[in-house]
Write a protein that binds this ligand. Structure first.
Ligand code: HEM
Length: 479
C-alpha cells in the first residue's frame, strides 16, 4: 500500500518547482538575500503558484488569487502546526499541544467584544505612560523600546488588572517578554538541511538548557499574580453570592480553571497570561511605531489628521472618550489600516497541508505535509482590492473600512477562523495612543530622514530611525 500511495503522490499535478543550481541548498540563499526581488522574478516566470526548495524542504508560494483558499479551508490548511514547527510555544512550557486553545475565544469574547468596559482604563494608563516616557518632549532613538513600555501599560491593565499595571517590574516583563524571545525564533533553521524538524528539537533543547529571558519573565508574572489570585479566591470563597468579579482576562481564566474547592493552578494561569502577552505586545507596539513613523514620513497629511483629532477634543465633555466617540475618528482609522497594509512582511502565514492532498481552483495540487506560504506584500498591493497606485501610502484609502475588518486581501490580522481575536482591542488601543500623541506633540524623524522598514529575509521589522517629539500643547485629559 505504501507503494500505491507513493504512486498516487507522484501523479499529483504539482505547481512548478523553480529550477535550482545546488542540491540541498536549493533556493535558500537567493530567497533570503532579497526575498522581494527573488519572488518577483519567480512570479514573472511561473505565475501565481510555484514551489521553492528552502532549508531542506519544498515550500509552495501563492499570491492574491489562490491565498484566499488557504485561509478559508481550515480543514485542509493549518497555520498553527506549521508555526509551531518554528516556535513550539507549548513545548517550551512543557504543555501538551493545543493547551492554550481556549485563549483566543476568551480574548475575543471578553476583551475585543467588551471594549466599552476597558475604554477608560486604556486611556488612563496610556496617557500616564506617554506622560512618563515622553513628557514635555524627547527624542526616541530607536523608538520601539519606548513604545513597548507604553503599550505594555494598557495591556497589563486589561489582562491582569489596573493595579498591577502600576508595577514597574511587571510592566517591564509585559513590554519585553516577546521581543526578548526574538533571537530564539530568528535562528535560521540550518539544521533542517540535515533532517526535517531537527531545528525544532535543537531550539527546544537550547531553551531548556540555558537560563533564558523567558524563564525570568515567567517568574515575574507568577510572583506578581499569585497574591492577586489568592485574594480573589478567598473573596469568592468567603461570600459567593455577593462576590463582584473584577473585569479583566485573569478573572476569566480563573473562572475557566477553578476547581470545586476554590483552588486554581497558578502555573497554568501564568502560562496562559504569558501566551497572551506574546501575542499582544510586540505586534501592537511594532505597528504603533510604524504608524508614528508614517506620520512623520508624510508631513503633507498631518494637518488633516490633526484637524480630526482637534475636532473630537472639542466635543470632549468628561475625562474620557466613549468607545463611540473613538469610532468617529475615521481618518485616523484609515491611516492606521494603510500603515498595516504597507508595513507587513513580504511573505507570511506558512500553512501545513493536512489531508492526502489539496487541489487549488487552478488545478494545481499540493501533497499532505507541504507548507504553503502567502506572498503577503503582493496581496496587500493588489490594485483591484486596494485601489489605484497600490504602492503608494494613501492615508484616506480605506475611509469607512475599519482597520479591524479582515478581508481576503487584507491580512494584517489574518483572515478566516484564526483571525486575530485581539484586533478590535489592538486597533482601539493604537488609535487612542495616536490621538493623544498627535494632539500633544509635533512629531518628526531625526534629520528629516525617511523611516524605511529594515528587512531580514522575508520579514520586516520597525525602523530604528529616531523620532522627535516637541510639545505643541498641554491637553487636559483625565483629571
Ligand atoms: C496590531 C496588533 C496586532 C496584530 C497586527 C496581530 C496580528 C495577528 C495575526 C496575523 C494573527 C494570526 C496568527 C499569527 O500570525 O500569529 C494573530 C493571532 C492572534 N492574536 Fe493578534 N495581533 C495584534 C494584536 C493582538 C492583541 C492585542 C492580542 C491580545 C489581546 C492578540 C491576540 C492574538 C491571539 C491569541 C492569536 C491566536 C489566534 C488563534 O490561534 O486562533 N493579538 N494576531
Amino acid at each position: 500500500s505504501k507503494l500505491l500511495r507513493r504512486k498516487q503522490e507522484l501523479k499529483l499535478n504539482e505547481p512548478p518547482l523553480v529550477p535550482y543550481k545546488y542540491p540541498i541548498i536549493g533556493h535558500t540563499f537567493d530567497y533570503y538575500k532579497d526575498t522581494e526581488k527573488f519572488l518577483n522574478k519567480c512570479v514573472e516566470e511561473y505565475g501565481e503558484i510555484f514551489s521553492l526548495y528552502i532549508f531542506g524542504k519544498i515550500e509552495t508560494f501563492v499570491g492574491s488569487k489562490l491565498s484566499p483558499e488557504v485561509f478559508k479551508n481550515d480543514k485542509d490548511f493549518n497555520f498553527d502546526i506549521a508555526f509551531k514547527e518554528k516556535f513550539p510555544l507549548e513545548r517550551f512550557m512543557n504543555r501538551t499541544d493545543k493547551y492554550f486553545a481556549p485563549l483566543p475565544r476568551i480574548l475575543f469574547t471578553y476583551l475585543s467584544q467588551e471594549l466599552p468596559a476597558y475604554t477608560e482604563r486604556v486611556q488612563r494608563t496610556l496617557i500616564k505612560a506617554i506622560n512618563e516616557q515622553i513628557g514635555d518632549g524627547t527624542i526616541l532613538q530607536p523608538p520601539l523600546k519606548t513604545f513597548q513600555l507604553i503599550i505594555a501599560r494598557p495591556i497589563a491593565a486589561s489582562l491582569v488588572g489596573e493595579e498591577l499595571s502600576e508595577d514597574k517590574e511587571l510592566v517591564n516583563t509585559v513590554a519585553f517578554a516577546s521581543s526578548d524571545f526574538i533571537p530564539f525564533i530568528s535562528i535560521p533553521p540550518i539544521l533542517n538541511f540535515i533532517y526535517p524538524l531537527l531545528h525544532q528539537k535543537f531550539v527546544v533543547l537550547l531553551f531548556k538548557l540555558i537560563n533564558n529571558p523567558f524563564k525570568v519573565h515567567r517568574e515575574v508574572i507568577k510572583r506578581k499574580i499569585s497574591p492577586v489570585v489568592e485574594k480573589r479566591l478567598n473573596d469568592m470563597k468567603r461570600d459567593k453570592e455577593s462576590y463582584v468579579p473584577p473585569i479583566d482576562i485573569l478573572q476569566k481564566l480563573l473562572e475557566l480553571i477553578i476547581e470545586d474547592d476554590y483552588k486554581a493552578d497558578i502555573d497554568v494561569l501564568t502560562d496562559y497570561i504569558i501566551t497572551a502577552i506574546f501575542a499582544a505586545t510586540h505586534t501592537t507596539s511594532t505597528f504603533l511605531t510604524n504608524a508614528v513613523h508614517q506620520y512623520a514620513n508624510h508631513p503633507e497629511i498631518q494637518k488633516e489628521l490633526l484637524e480630526e483629532q482637534e475636532r473630537l477634543l472639542g466635543f470632549k465633555t468628561g475625562p474620557y472618550y466613549t468607545t463611540e466617540q473613538m469610532e468617529t475618528l475615521v481618518k485616523l482609522d484609515s491611516f492606521f489600516r494603510e500603515t498595516l497594509r504597507m508595513t507587513t512582511s513580504i511573505v507570511f502565514f506558512e500553512h501545513k497541508v493536512l489531508n492526502a492532498h489539496y487541489t487549488f481552483s487552478s488545478g494545481h495540487q499540493v501533497p499532505k505535509g507541504r507548507h504553503v506560504t502567502t506572498r503577503l506584500q503582493e496581496v496587500h498591493r493588489d490594485e483591484e482590492s486596494h485601489g489605484e497606485n497600490p504602492d503608494e501610502f494613501n492615508f484616506l484609502r480605506h475611509l469607512g473600512n475599519p482597520a479591524s475588518r479582515v478581508e481576503k486581501h487584507y491580512l494584517a490580522f489574518s483572515f478566516g477562523k484564526h483571525a486575530c481575536p485581539g484586533r478590535y482591542f489592538a486597533a482601539n488601543e493604537i488609535k487612542n495612543a495616536l490621538h493623544y500623541l498627535i494632539l500633544t506633540y509635533n512629531i518628526k524623524n531625526v534629520n528629516e530622514e525617511k523611516a524605511v522598514l529594515p528587512i531580514r529575509g522575508p520579514f520586516k521589522r520597525s525602523s530604528d530611525v529616531g523620532l522627535i517629539f516637541e510639545k505643541r500643547k498641554d491637553i487636559n485629559f483625565c483629571n
